[in-house]
Design a protein around this ligand. Sequence first.
Ligand code: HEC
Ligand code: HEC
Length: 370
Amino acid sequence: MTRGFLTAVILGLSVIGIAGQQAAADRVPLAEQVFKNIQVMQGVPADQFMGTMGYMSNSLSVNCTYCHLGEGGGGWAEYARDNDKKITARRMISMMNEINKTYFGGRRVVTCVSCHNGANRPRVTSNMSVYYGIPDTDEPDQILKQAPGSPSAEQVLDKYIAAIGGAQRLAALTSWAARGTHLAYGDAEKRPLQIFARAPVQRVQIEDTGSGTATIVYDGKAGWSAVPDAITPLPLRPLTGAELEGARLDAALAFPGQIKTALTGWRGAIPATMGDLDVYVIQGAMAGNVPVKLYFDFETGLLVRQIRHTETPIGRNTWQIDYSDYKEVAGVKMPFKWTFMWQSGKDEVELTDVQPNVPVDAARFARPPQ
Ligand code: HEC
Ligand code: HEC
């Protein structure tokens, strides 16, 4: 079993409220109200708490079982039990908070990643492939300005709008309904998926997980994630913060004629390479000033990647979506495939049928039932 698999199964699509915690529907409870043995992360909202678990796993490149030994045996109760690794991790969280408080004025600048960077024991040697230039990514973490000789962010967006059909055809697309499949990380078989979208910013994605339905929905203002309780301790939760803003962005990108106003403070472009593809990278910000990077194919002008983030108290999680297989729907080019990668999994979505401008009932975007 690969190490990402268990994480993906446990966190599912997104984490939220615990089974039976019906009141969690509109306000996320605190970790200590939901879980049994919370010592150093008291006061952290339960959904962010689950985000920290994904973040620690990612930072050390380990599975949940590395710190929670009895997984698969004792069920969720096992997670409350202490052991050496879990106690060490607790000391690490206190140490990290202490370093940031004492030496960085309380700013969260030193994180698990600063020291561990994918290893359970931090390296004590330098990395020669990084040092001698075999980079895995070639653009800076934050884009500050337009590179000399590159187009402006606005020009990249104009080229994209023209490439997918032009403003007029984009404005004429006001709803769509799609069917397809998704392949969750570690799963052998693809399962059915449906998406409904209504302009300007409503979108719902409904997936069969094999152990129930998972729904992620944005109604134009609020959003929810509902995941079967077999695969997460927080089955129904309202989306908040950067995760809510991310759901809004995905809904806006369902009707990409409005892309320019979907984010603010555009920066770039800078040229970069993604494997053997030349791309322009631009950056915008969601509400709360959380950066989003968008990658456009140099030649075709099409959007090929989105990278955004969500916050946890101990670090910033990365959400990446790679788009491909553009096909025309009512004269508008839409990606029929994408890969969604986040702290606890990778989901490959493939649309088989998209129906443009069909009536979509408002009830589709309502809060999912418990
Ligand atoms: C690096 C070690 C580490 C890893 C990896 C880790 N955890 Fe934890 N986990 C902890 C620590 C430490 C606590 C207790 C936090 C506290 O006391 O504030 C905890 C507590 C929990 C709790 C609360 C249990 C209770 O009732 O008190 C749950 C649930 C949990 N973890 C789930 C997970 C899941 C799911 C994963 C994998 C995505 C995971 N953890 C990965 C260290 C880890
Ligand atoms: C300032 C650097 C630093 C930071 C920040 C840091 N660690 Fe560590 N961590 C270490 C070092 C160094 C060791 C190895 C200690 C040793 O070898 O005795 C270690 C060891 C560990 C171990 C035990 C590994 C093993 O195999 O026994 C765990 C678990 C761990 N860290 C989790 C975390 C988590 C989770 C975070 C973030 C909340 C974190 N660490 C942040 C430096 C750091």
